[in-house]
Design a binder for this molecule. Structure first.
Ligand SMILES: Nc1ncnc2c1ncn2[C@@H]1O[C@H](COP(=O)(O)OP(=O)(O)OP(=O)(O)O)[C@@H](O)[C@H]1O
Ligand SMILES: [K+]
Ligand SMILES: [Mg+2]
Length: 669
């Protein structure tokens, strides 16, 4: 933060003096009332002291607004560059009859299908329903490397404003104009949609209560001072009140929250709510999707292993048949492998019914017109479909070998028309690769006290093999969407906050149930809508940064609250004796500060109180540094630094200002 940044936000800070805005912050609202009151007094009796107090009370309020304005200002710059990305693209809407109509992108409706080809801007948010393309998403991510977006899998979502670099895709629009991802993002970084988080609300209530306590203390001080023969002016009582109420944290609270969101935006994560950011700081369990999260996610068929005695061509052609209408990356890779291994390029037979893959059935295939049913899928699912027959031994050993290797075995089976029995033909070997560097990052999470759990629809052996390679703490295999939900609920019932990253439509319910649900930007629209954060880089290990930023937010807020309250308590002891020493000479032993005069004591305290806010703006925005240590160690350290610092600072600061003022205006004060 530079000085010019501060100065440039002064107009915004002044606009924020609007009582309708100030009302949301009770501590600073009290200061505002105090400023108005002392200003009236200054007009009635314009002596130097009164004017000085009035001016510094106004500055106190403005400094608080300045903190918020600077925090918001950083987002505004980002919003401006995002606006530039929201180009008004022309949409090529696909009509029912297959023809195309050109319409403005802003006229698109949810459910419309649009064609986008190389060089064109995607006119709205949606899911790719046909084709595969490389897309330049730098407009939203700032990353220039193109990404692949394709129909059917977990990498199907595209964002309006990004550009197709190669090939042709058909996109089904999922967001109405005005409520697109880019619109949400702009509102978020601008802070326009920011609401107070539960913790912020709780802290605001606490700070308001403290304010009331000090208000009562100062109010009872007035008659006591009268009685003692040292009547205090209203001006002094107002100034005293402002010094005692927790103005430091009151002024910086909202800036701390905005800065937390902003730090996330800087690592390309959009948090849809501040609550999610706070929760991230307290996460105990992290659920990670295997495919696409821990592994690259483009599971590809690499081999057909037929049952002993069966021609490999039969397996190859049946596997191909079962995949002809399967748009998932797995399905398409099977068709490609079959072709490469010499299968004919025949289309799907007429009259065939497509059976789509789903995460709960874990199978896909076709039903032919003659009643023959063809399936491929997870071993247990296919065996259950075949009325619990056992696997032929040769297939069983192939399944085990593929799984132990971390691959996904897809069993292929046929069920001829009744009464002939169904039969397993063999298995397709799907391979996926664990992303590099995973084990290190999981070790880091472990040091932060977070347990990592890999969740997958794959079988237990494959899951264990991948888990061992990636270094996670636990695995949940053959997980249906319901299993994922149940696991999250169980952890939450144990008092742990759960974070989860996911990209698939089948992840959506779990993403919604998790305390922190991070959807990969590459994922499906359903996943993005269900989560409360989106990672534009689609990097699941980003959760480490997210947790750090969440912890940093909580620590910063805690540290500055400690400082603020300690500061106020210390001021009480620094200035009360100075104010009353004339009336009660017995207080002299308490008057360790030896301030010049009661007026100088009050003015110094008010000025110090205001300057502390400005001095702490950089820390509020940057955040207190987070180190990986135990929570209690951190607490102890912060109490020591910020509690003790808060106690000592006023004595030093007020004394210094008192010396300055008394040397400048000695006789007047
Ligand atoms: N296109 C498909 N056709 C048939 N079966 C499939 C297909 N894709 C996956 N399967 C089977 O279904 C199982 C579950 O797949 P799913 O995509 O739900 O989970 P996953 O990809 O292993 O895990 P996740 O996506 O949650 O990381 C897979 O292990 C595989 O056996
Ligand atoms: K104060
Ligand atoms: Mg999947």
């Amino acid at each position: 933060m530079t000085l010019s940044q501060l100065v440039s936000q002064v107009p915004t800070a002044l606009l924020k003096l609007d009582p309708r805005h100030m009302w949301r912050n009770p501590v600073m609202f009290v200061v505002l009332i105090g400023s108005v009151l002392t200003t009236v007094l200054a007009f009635a009796d314009p002596d130097g002291f009164t004017v000085a107090i009035a001016v510094w009370l106004w500055l106190t309020v403005i400094f608080g607004n300045l903190a918020e304005a600077v925090a918001e200002g950083r987002g505004k710059a980002q919003a401006a560059s995002l606006r530039a990305a929201r180009k008004d693209a022309v949409a090529r809407r696909l009509e029912r009859d297959g023809s195309e109509t050109e319409i403005p992108g802003t006229d698109l409706q949810v459910g419309d299908r649009v064609v986008v080809e190389a060089g064109e801007v995607i006119p709205g948010d949606g899911d790719v329903v046909e084709g595969i393309a490389s897309v330049d998403e730098s407009a939203i991510t700032g990353e220039s490397a193109p990404v692949i977006r394709e129909a059917g899998g977990d990498r199907s979502a595209v964002t309006g404003g990004t550009t197709v670099l190669s090939d042709r895709i058909v996109v089904a629009i999922t967001a109405a104009p005005g409520s697109t991802f880019l619109d949400t993002m702009i509102a978020l970084v601008e802070g326009t949609s920011r609401r107070k988080t539960p913790n912020e609300n709780a802290l605001t209530i606490l700070l308001s209560s403290l304010t009331i306590v000090f208000l009562l203390a100062v109010a009872t001080l007035a008659p006591m001072a009268d009685y003692a023969g040292a009547p205090q002016q209203t001006l002094v009582l107002v100034a005293l009140l402002v010094c005692l109420i927790p103005t430091t944290i009151g002024a910086l609270l909202s800036a701390i929250g905005i800065a937390g969101m902003d730090r996330l935006v800087r690592v390309n994560v959009l948090a849809m709510s501040g609550r999610a950011v706070e929760a991230a700081g307290d996460v105990g369990t992290l659920l990670l999707d295997k495919t696409g999260t821990i592994t690259y996610g483009n599971r590809r068929a690499t081999a057909f292993v037929a049952q002993v005695g069966l021609d490999r061509e039969v397996l190859r052609d049946t596997a191909r048949l079962s995949s002809l209408a399967d748009p998932t990356p797995e399905g398409r890779s099977i068709v490609e492998l079959a072709l490469a291994e010499g299968a004919g390029d025949l289309p799907l037979p007429v009259g065939a019914t497509i059976v789509e893959f789903s995460a709960s059935t874990r199978m896909s295939g076709v039903d032919l017109a003659d009643g023959t049913e063809v399936r491929k899928g997870a071993t247990s699912a296919v065996l259950a479909w075949l009325d619990d027959t056992a696997l032929p031994p040769s297939v069983e050993s192939a399944v085990e070998r593929i799984s132990a290797d971390g691959g996904t075995p897809l069993v292929v089976a046929v069920r001829p028309p009744h009464p002939a029995a169904g039969q397993v033909l063999g298995v397709v070997h799907l391979k996926d690769v664990v992303k590099p560097g995973m084990a290190d990052r999981f070790a880091e999470l472990r040091r932060m006290g977070i347990r990592t759990v890999m969740v997958t629809g794959d079988n237990a052996i494959t899951a264990k093999a991948i888990a061992a390679e990636a270094g996670v703490d636990d695995v949940l295999a053959e997980a249906t969407p319901e299993d994922k939900m149940a696991y999250i609920r169980k952890e939450q019932a144990g008092g742990r906050l759960v974070a989860m990253t996911g990209d698939g439509t089948n992840d959506a319910p779990a993403l919604a149930a998790a305390d922190v649900g991070v959807a990969m930007s590459s994922g499906t629209s359903a996943a993005k809508e269900a989560g409360n954060m989106v990672d534009l880089d689609s990097d699941p290990t980003k959760l480490i940064d997210i947790v750090e930023i969440g912890k940093q937010l909580l620590i910063t807020r805690g540290a500055l609250t400690t400082f603020s309250v300690a500061n106020d308590v210390a001021k009480y002891f620094a200035i009360i004796p100075a104010m009353f020493v004339a009336a009660y000479p017995g207080l002299e032993s308490l008057d360790i500060m030896r301030l010049h005069s009661p007026e100088s004591a009050i003015l110094s305290a008010v000025v110090f109180n205001a300057l502390v806010i400005v001095a702490l703006i950089p820390l509020a925005l940057k955040g207190v540094r987070y180190r990986v240590t135990s929570a209690s160690g951190l607490l102890r350290r912060n109490l020591l630094v910020y509690g003790l610092g808060g106690l000592i600072a006023p004595f030093v600061g007020i004394k210094a200002l008192d010396l300055l003022f008394s040397s400048l205006f000695g006789s007047a004060l």
